[in-house]
Design a protein around this ligand. Structure first.
Ligand code: MG
Length: 388
């Protein structure tokens, strides 16, 4: 059953500098995006999560990152000294209509959508439920005498589970846990507070990939795993503009002598627009309209080759480089063959890659449809990216 409103609290309040480098660990990058960004996006993009509350340390909460402010339905609160204080601060600003709240560690960026689903369903069914993993190793209880450690017993391993997050709660259950924490109880997770408040906490099967990035080794492993799973990315782009008299026909910044030119808010350059969409698509960064809305006066009469260049920098910021781009221009007349060299050069320069990695082809539409009647020009593009 889907509750009417589900919120997620991301606990990123700790400074967590154990990984090193003087940067809070949630701000370290894996393939061009910070750990925190990946974690927040996993929840913000989940179809059953309505809003996300991110508890940040005071110095970061005061100057949240632009991507965090742009992320829809995401709010920032200042976290506290202990993890439970950060969660309490998030709980305080939860919307009144919230029925179920998931609490998640900022340092677990690989949480899967189906694990989030399981936690929501179990929180609805039982009031409180956490992701946890069974233990495969034999578990020993150990007594420490000075520098010696001696086994005092073997614990039945089917009674042991390793707690992960998300930890999901019905609102009233989390309210009791938060109140207990505020009354002085210390805990390393919210489930412990709920247990102590007398609320039964159920287990759902966690995910072995849902690791918590705590040490420099964890970070390195996460980066390697991500890199090997993401060797190449393909994007496709399409664009069409009407052809009218009194406009220029611009293809990749090259002015093609023609009776009619392309009509549009900008210079209506179909090569640049389709290539831009292919790049943004390959990096899962949305589309040209999102980054350069035609309602924004900044882009009126903008040169599309500049927008393409700008989109290359977005792709680079996301951790990718362009491998190659291939474009087909569909245009009835004039023939663009004499201009292909210049178009290709311009495209390669804007993409920042060698001309050998850029292909451009001309096609007619054989007189069929609007493009065939010379009423429009269209372009199709594909782009391949690899991790930089
Ligand atoms: Mg266009």
């Amino acid at each position: 059953m889907q509750p009417s409103h589900v919120s997620a609290i991301i606990a990123a309040g700790g400074s967590g500098r154990r990984v090193g480098a003087g940067t809070p660990k949630q701000m370290l990058e894996i393939s061009g995006r910070t750990i925190l960004q990946r974690t927040v996006e996993a929840f913000a993009s989940h179809p059953r999560i309505h809003d996300v509350i991110v508890a940040l340390p005071a110095d970061l909460a005061g100057r949240p990152y632009p991507w965090l402010l742009e992320s829809p339905n995401t709010r920032v609160v200042t976290g506290g000294a202990r993890r439970q204080d950060s969660v309490a601060a998030g709980f305080d600003v939860a919307r009144s209509e919230t029925e179920v709240i998931l609490v998640h560690d900022a340092a677990r960026p690989f949480v899967s959508a189906d694990l989030i689903d399981r936690c929501i369903d179990a929180a609805v069914a039982h009031g409180a439920a956490i992701a946890a993993l069974p233990v495969s190793d034999t578990v020993k209880r150990v007594i420490t005498h000075g520098d010696r450690r001696v086994i005092s017993g073997t614990i039945a391993r089917d009674s042991i589970f390793l707690a992960q997050t998300p930890q999901g709660f019905r609102r009233d259950v989390l309210a009791r846990a938060v109140a207990l924490g505020r009354a002085g109880a210390d805990a390393t997770d919210e489930a412990s507070l709920a247990e102590r408040a007398g609320d039964p906490v159920h287990i759902v099967e966690g995910n072995i990939d849902n690791v918590k990035i705590t040490t420099a080794d964890d970070l390195e492993r996460a980066r390697q795993r991500h890199a090997s799973a993401d060797t190449g990315r393909i994007g496709t782009g399409y664009d069409l503009h009407r052809l009218v008299e009194g406009r220029a026909l611009i293809l990749a910044g090259v002015n093609i002598p023609a009776d009619k030119g392309a009509l549009g808010h900008s210079d209506a350059d179909v090569v640049c627009h389709s290539a831009t969409d292919a790049l943004l698509g390959a990096a899962c960064l949305g589309d040209i309209g999102r980054h350069f809305p035609d309602t924004d006066p900044r882009w009126k009469d903008a040169s599309s080759i500049d927008l393409l260049r700008q989109s290359v920098s977005f792709v680079r910021d996301a951790g990718y480089e362009v491998v190659n781009v291939d474009v087909v221009v569909v245009l009835e007349r004039p023939k663009i063959a004499p201009h292909l060299g210049g178009i290709r050069q311009n495209l390669a320069a804007a993409l920042g890659i060698e001309v050998e990695r850029v292909s451009i082809k001309g096609k007619t539409n054989e007189g069929v449809d609007a493009v065939g009647r010379g009423e429009a020009v269209a372009a199709h593009a594909v782009a391949l990216l690899r991790q930089s």
